[in-house]
Design a protein around this ligand. Structure first.
Ligand code: PLP
Length: 461
């Protein structure tokens, strides 16, 4: 039943206003000549309702792994409201109560880290790291250690700087030229191993990073930027032994390790942060989406005291600070929402739920892989799973865009919203994404698996 009270005439007007004036993200608008744009109006827990009153089970947390604690959290709305009526804003050159409290709480979950720099999006948080690395290079290495390595298939954002670090070359098409000094290292997707079937794939994939550092010259390489588990590039869980070796390589060559937790951060994988599964100690961690579950725009660039100290070593030098600002990094609604978001995850024990429901989801998907030849590989950690679709198991030829979209449409027709890796990336767009909110129940998980099961039967019969 419809949870909202919009009158049919008003709905028509809203849909037409959207069609006429809204420029949607990553969207070819030709489709709207035939179909109405979908407009969501209300959410509660795992459920969403659109403007026509249809109900959906959201298996992708707001489309892009964002609404970690689910929809309709009045306590977050209350925390934001209370903050806004008291104080909405002052530039972050000054502090705020919520900003200080959230930083303290966050750092307590990240042993070894010590400083939080606030901004508003994942892209921005990553740009901050790139700028910190560049400034460190200029201040401490005569400008030489300025190169930033990124990995094939990873994604770090939509700005020109972060696109220069996109391991998805298709993303850069028609946007060049880009800033210099970004260098790609090979991916670590074992299913599509560059070395054939080998026991030590993880080590070889890490060695490939070292080879790039040696080729470029370690004295020119400032940082290595990696997703802990690659998200939009295919839900790529790291192979055994990979992270240990990556950490060792970074230490030996004095390369700072930047882990992009924009997707994995704040509980998604069943730990507070994805890297915490692998025992690594990064120099930078960035996070955004789940920090406030989409109730406010906030991102964080977190670093160590050692890095922070590099910016204040010459008190008499007018350039000896991080020369960067983000106006809306001073919006206090962000940390107010983030604090309440974190309290919910703790009080409702959502990390434990994520681990338990994640196992159920993964084993359900493995069950599908046994029954459906199109389910070539199943990967994931916690409530962050992917199913790579193929035409043929032997050749691993990727399923095509039409098939992938047909699976998504079939699930949608049955009231379950699932996603896939990026539509705009031919060759990389064949992995279904299943990432429900951390509050998912066994019934939700079973319904998601059943929807994918039915869709695979119908699309690949
Ligand atoms: N980093 C990763 C791993 C992402 O998946 C994304 C977005 O999907 C970003 C960074 C960019 O975040 P935003 O869209 O908030 O700028």
């Amino acid at each position: 039943s419809r949870p909202n009270d919009i009158r049919p005439n008003d709905i028509r007007h809203i849909i037409e206003a959207d069609r006429a004036h809204v420029w949607h993200h990553l969207t070819q608008h030709k489709g709207f000549e035939v179909n109405d744009p979908r407009i969501f109006v209300e959410g509660k827990g795992m459920r969403l309702w659109d403007a026509t009153g249809r109900e959906y089970l959201d298996a992708v947390s707001g489309g892009v792994w964002t609404v970690n604690v689910g929809y309709g959290r009045t306590s977050i709305a209350d925390a934001v409201r209370d903050q806004l009526v008291k104080l909405n804003y002052f530039a972050n050159s000054a502090g705020s109560i919520a900003g200080a409290r959230f930083a303290e709480k966050l750092i307590a979950k990240m042993p070894g880290m010590s400083r939080v720099y606030y901004s508003n999006s994942g892209s921005e948080a990553n740009e901050k790291v790139f700028k910190m690395v560049r400034q460190i290079a200029h201040r401490h290495h005569g400008g030489r250690k300025h190169k930033i390595l990124y990995r094939e298939r990873d994604y770090h954002g939509t700005t020109l700087g972060t696109l220069a670090a996109a391991g998805q070359a298709q993303r850069r098409e028609q946007f060049g030229p880009f800033p210099d000094g970004f260098v790609e290292v090979p991916h670590c997707l074992e299913y599509r191993s560059q070395y054939g079937a080998v026991e030590n794939y993880g080590e070889l994939a890490a060695d490939a990073i070292e080879a790039v550092i040696l080729r470029e010259g370690p004295d020119t390489v400032g940082a290595l930027c990696l997703e802990p588990i690659t998200a939009g590039g295919g839900v790529i869980t790291p192979p055994k032994g990979y992270w240990e070796k990556v950490q060792d390589i970074c230490r030996r060559h004095d390369v700072l390790l930047h882990i992009d937790e924009v997707v994995c951060g704040v509980g998604r994988t069943g730990e507070w942060f994805g890297y915490q599964h692998y025992g690594v100690q990064p120099d930078f961690v960035t996070m955004a989406k789940g920090v406030a579950s989409g109730y406010a725009a906030i991102s964080c660039t977190v670093t160590t005291e050692r890095i922070f100290e590099l910016f204040k070593d010459s008190p008499d030098d007018p350039m000896s600070f991080f020369r960067d600002i983000s106006t809306f990094g001073g919006c206090v609604a962000g940390p107010a929402a983030a604090l309440e978001n974190m309290r919910i995850i703790e009080d409702e024990d959502l990390l434990a739920n994520t681990r338990a429901m994640g196992e159920r989801l993964l084993s359900g998907l493995w069950g599908l892989a046994e029954r459906h030849r199109a389910a070539g590989d199943v990967r994931g950690k916690g409530l962050f799973c992917g199913v790579e679709l193929v035409q043929d198991r032997a050749t691993k030829e990727a399923a095509d865009e039409k098939q992938v979209q047909a699976v998504i449409a079939d699930c949608m027709a049955n009231g379950v919203i699932i996603g896939a890796t990026n539509r705009s990336l031919p060759g990389l767009n064949n992995t279904l994404c299943l990432s429900p909110a951390l509050i998912a129940t066994t019934d939700d998980i079973d319904r998601i698996v059943a929807a994918v099961d039915g869709a695979l039967s119908r699309v690949f019969h």
